[in-house]
Ligand binder design. Structure first.
Ligand SMILES: NC(=O)c1ccc[n+]([C@@H]2O[C@H](COP(=O)([O-])OP(=O)(O)OC[C@H]3O[C@@H](n4cnc5c(N)ncnc54)[C@H](O)[C@@H]3O)[C@@H](O)[C@H]2O)c1
Length: 270
C-alpha cells in the first residue's frame, strides 16, 4: 500500500546487490511512496548487473561509487543532484563487508589489513558519506540519513567477528555526526538495528541459519523481515519522524529486550 510518504523527495540508496538485499526492498518501497532517487554500489557489485533491473523498475539512474573513496562519493552527490534536479532529502547506507569473515579468519586470529578494510567499508564509509555531503551541502534541511546495523554492536555473537566492532563504530558515527549535521542543517542521522535477514552479507556469517532460528524463537514478534525493515526506513525518511536523530533503533521483533522465551526454555527442560 502506498501513502505517498516520500512524494517530492529525492534520495540516494547504497547497497542494492540483488533482490534479497535490504536496500533493494527499500528502493522498491521508496519508489512506491513517490520518491525519486539514484542507486549506487561498488563497481565490482555493478558488474553483477542485477541492479539495472531494479533501476528500470524504479526509474532510477545507477551511479557507481566505492564507499571508501572520497572522489567517488563527491562525484555521486554531484551527479545525483544533477540527475534529480536538486539536493537530496534522504540517504540509505546499507553497506557491510568483512574480508576476515569472508576468509574464515576467527576473531582471535584476525588479519589486520583485512580488519582495516572491514572498518573502512562497514563503518568509516558512513563518516565519509556524511562528510562529503556536508562539504557539498548536498542534503536538504530536515533530510534523513539511515544506516543499517546489528545488535552484535552491543552484545557478543562470537561468529559475527570484526563486524561487531565495525557496527559499534558505525552506531557511534551516527550519534556523533548526527549532532554536527543536526546543528548544520537539521539533518537527522540514525541507525536501524535489524533482525538476522537472509541476504548475501547475512548468510556470509558462520552459523547464520542457527542464529536466524534462535533469534526467531526468542523474539515475541519473530524476526523482522527485509520488507518490514524497508517500511521502517521509509518512515524515517518521511516527515513523520522529523525529530528522531542520533538513535540506534531496534527493528527486531523484540529480540533486544527479551531475556528468554518459553520456546527456548522448553528446549532446556531436564
Ligand atoms: N542480513 C542481515 O542479517 C543483517 C542484519 C542486520 C544488519 N544488516 C546490515 O544491512 C546492510 C545491508 O546488508 P544486506 O544484508 O542487505 O546484504 P547485501 O550483501 O545485499 O548488501 C551489502 C552491500 O554492501 C555493498 N558494499 C560492499 N562493499 C562496498 C563498498 N566498498 N562500497 C559500496 N558498497 C559496498 C555490497 O555490494 C552490497 O550491495 C549491511 O550494513 C548489513 O551489515 C544485515
Amino acid at each position: 500500500m502506498s501513502y505517498s510518504l516520500l512524494k517530492g523527495k529525492r534520495g540516494i540508496i547504497f547497497g542494492a546487490l540483488d533482490p534479497n538485499s535490504i536496500a533493494w526492498k527499500v528502493a522498491v518501497r521508496a519508489h512506491e511512496e513517490g520518491a525519486a532517487f539514484t542507486l549506487t554500489n561498488a563497481p565490482v557489485a555493478l558488474r553483477m548487473g542485477a541492479i539495472n533491473q531494479l533501476a528500470e523498475q524504479c526509474n532510477a539512474q545507477v551511479i557507481g561509487a566505492d564507499a571508501t573513496s572520497m572522489t567517488d562519493l563527491e562525484n555521486l552527490f554531484n551527479q545525483s543532484a544533477e540527475v534529480l534536479g536538486g539536493k537530496v532529502d534522504f540517504v540509505l547506507h546499507s553497506i557491510g563487508m568483512s574480508p576476515n569473515v569472508r576468509k574464515n579468519k576467527p576473531y582471535t586470529d584476525l588479519d589486520y589489513e583485512y580488519f582495516h578494510k572491514t572498518i573502512d567499508i562497514s563503518a568509516m564509509s558512513l563518516h565519509r558519506v556524511l562528510q562529503s555531503a556536508m562539504k557539498l551541502d548536498a542534503i536538504s534541511e530536515w533530510g534523513s540519513v539511515v544506516a543499517l546495523t546489528y545488535i552484535a554492536a552491543q552484545r557478543v555473537f562470537p561468529d559475527y567477528n570484526d563486524m561487531a566492532d565495525a557496527k559499534s563504530m558505525l552506531e557511534s558515527i551516527a550519534r556523533s555526526y548526527g549532532y554536527h549535521y543536526g546543528k548544520f542543517r537539521k539533518v537527522r542521522v540514525n541507525t536501524i538495528s535489524q533482525s538476522p535477514t537472509k541476504t548475501t552479507a547475512g548468510q556470509g556469517v558462520k552459523g547464520f541459519d542457527s542464529f536466524f532460528n534462535y533469534a526467531d524463537a526468542i523474539s515475541p514478534l519473530g524476526n523482522a523481515t527485509a520488507e518490514a525493515c524497508a517500511d521502517y526506513c521509509i518512515s524515517l525518511f518521511s516527515d513523520l519522524t522529523k525529530h528522531v536523530t542520533m538513535q540506534n533503533l531496534f527493528h527486531d521483533g523484540g529480540f533486544s529486550f527479551t531475556g528468554v522465551s518459553n520456546e527456548v526454555m522448553d528446549k532446556f527442560q531436564s
